[in-house]
Ligand binder design. Structure first.
Ligand code: PEP
Length: 251
C-alpha cells in the first residue's frame, strides 16, 4: 500500500521573515495521518525550516544538490551529504525549471540522482512534457525517455527508494492543470514502463502530480488510482491552502 505524499516546492521565494511566518502557519495545521508531508525551501532557508518544524511530522527537502555525494571543491554547490547533515530527507531532481533554465542534462540528472541516493536522500525525480510536445502527441514518449535515462544508467531498482513527480511543463505556474484523466493516463504509463522491468518497484513507487494543484482541484486529482499525491508550487506558499491540499490527500 503506497502512502500518499504532498510536497511543497517553495522555489526561489521567501525571506527569513516570511519563512518564519510560513513555519508558524505550518505548525498550526491539523495534518491528516497517512500522508507524508514535506516542504522544499530555498537552500538558504533549509536550516531555519528544519529547526522551525522540529516536533512536527513535516519533513524537509532541498530543491537541488550537487552531482557528487561527498564534500569537495565544487564552488557554489551543496553536497547531498551536507543536506543530510542539515536535516533534509528529500531532494528534487530534474525539475523542468532546472532542465530548461539551468540547462541540466539527462546525464547530469543521472549523477545527481545517484549522488543523492548514495547519501541517503530520497530523490523526487520530475518528468514532464512541454505544450508543444503534448500537442504533437509525444507526451508518453518524452516522459518515457526521461525515465529511461535513469533506468538505463542506474537500473529500475533506483526507483525503489525514490519518488516520481509528473509535472507537465505547460501546467507549472500557469494556472492550467492537467485534467485528472490526462494525469492518470501518464501516471499509468509510467507505472507500466517500470513494471516491464520490475513489478514490485512499479507498484511501490509513489507518483505525484504537479502543475497548478490547489485545494479546489486536489481531491479529484488525488482520487485517481495512480496519483499518489502532489508536488505543489505556488499554493505551498500559503500554509492554509497547503494544509487543505494535504487534507485532500488524506481523503
Ligand atoms: C512546481 O514548480 O513544481 C509546481 C508544480 O508549481 P505550481 O504548483 O505553481 O504549478
Amino acid at each position: 500500500m503506497r502512502r500518499t505524499m504532498v510536497a511543497g516546492n517553495w522555489k526561489m521565494h521567501g525571506t527569513r521573515a516570511s519563512v518564519a511566518e510560513l513555519i508558524d502557519g505550518l505548525r498550526e495545521l491539523a495534518l491528516p495521518g497517512g500522508v507524508d508531508v514535506a516542504v522544499f525551501p530555498p537552500l538558504l532557508h533549509v536550516s531555519q525550516v528544519v529547526d522551525g518544524l522540529k516536533g512536527t511530522s513535516i519533513q524537509v527537502g532541498a530543491q537541488n544538490a550537487a552531482v557528487q555525494s561527498g564534500q569537495g571543491a565544487l564552488t557554489g554547490e551543496v553536497a547531498p551529504s551536507q543536506l543530510i547533515d542539515a536535516g533534509c530527507a528529500y531532494v528534487l531532481v530534474g525539475h523542468s525549471e532546472r532542465r530548461q533554465l539551468m540547462g541540466e542534462s539527462d546525464q547530469m540528472l543521472n549523477r545527481k540522482f545517484a549522488a543523492a541516493q548514495a547519501s541517503g536522500l530520497i530523490p523526487v525525480f520530475c518528468v514532464g512534457e512541454t505544450l508543444e510536445q503534448r500537442e504533437l502527441g509525444k507526451t508518453i514518449e518524452v516522459v518515457s525517455r526521461q525515465l529511461d535515462s535513469i533506468i538505463g544508467e542506474l537500473g529500475v531498482d533506483a526507483f525503489a527508494s525514490a519518488v516520481i513527480a509528473y509535472e507537465p511543463v505547460w501546467a507549472i505556474g500557469t494556472g492550467l492543470t492537467a485534467t485528472p484523466q490526462q494525469a492518470q493516463d501518464v501516471h499509468a504509463a509510467i507505472r507500466a514502463q517500470l513494471a516491464e522491468k520490475n513489478s514490485e518497484v512499479a507498484q511501490g513507487v509513489r507518483l505525484l502530480y504537479g502543475g497548478s494543484v490547489k485545494a479546489a482541484n486536489a481531491v479529484e486529482l488525488f482520487g485517481m488510482p495512480d496519483i499518489d499525491g502532489g508536488l505543489i508550487g505556488g499554493a505551498s506558499l500559503n500554509a492554509d491552502e497547503f494544509g487543505a491540499i494535504c487534507r485532500a490527500a488524506g481523503n
